[in-house]
Write a protein that binds this ligand. Structure first.
Ligand SMILES: [Fe+2]
Length: 168
């Protein structure tokens, strides 16, 4: 007679191999983009200068601290499917649509760049959510929905701070 343990080993969470690969591929691209975004937040946190120093210094710290936790959850969600999350720094920038910037930027450019990157990240999060939904993966959908809400709030706050409308 088949034990409960054997059933779990042979069929992870009820997902077939192809379904899992589809979800994991989306999570992996999101992970790579978020890693580049995370390092950009630290760059801006350390190197912002001028009158907006304290505002940008504080919000970027808040965002990278949340980012550290979110990135960990995305990577561990990939492990739940038995796959290996991307861990090579050299691959993060290759696979990421979000690009690195320099430290020699005005605080206004930094803010507008963050707003733009949040739009990019949110589009990957929504794509991941749809793929997970299509495959009945409610755990990933739940994770993505929390992330969407978090980034929508930052998008609104940063946009309001720069007096820009949502489609900056
Ligand atoms: Fe700091």
């Amino acid at each position: 007679m088949e034990t409960i343990l054997e059933q779990k080993v042979h069929k992870k969470l009820g997902f077939e191999h192809l379904e899992a690969v589809e979800i994991v591929n989306k999570l992996d691209v999101l992970l790579c983009n978020y890693q580049i975004f995370f390092h950009k937040l630290q760059n801006y946190h350390w190197n912002v200068v001028g009158g907006e120093f304290f505002d940008l210094h504080h919000v970027t710290q808040e965002m990278y601290e949340k980012g550290l936790k979110n990135i960990d959850e995305i990577a561990e969600r990939i492990r739940v499917f038995g796959k290996t999350p991307e861990y090579r720094l050299s691959e993060y920038s290759k696979k990421s649509e979000i690009e690195e910037t320099t430290h020699e930027l005005s605080s206004e450019y930094m803010t507008l760049n963050l707003i733009s990157d949040i739009g990019t990240l949110t589009s990957f999060i929504i794509e991941t959510s749809h793929t997970a939904q299509d495959n009945g993966d409610l755990g990933t959908v739940y994770m993505m929905n929390k992330l969407i809400k978090e980034f929508e709030t930052y998008h609104w706050q940063l946009s309001s701070w720069t007096n820009k409308k949502y489609n900056s």
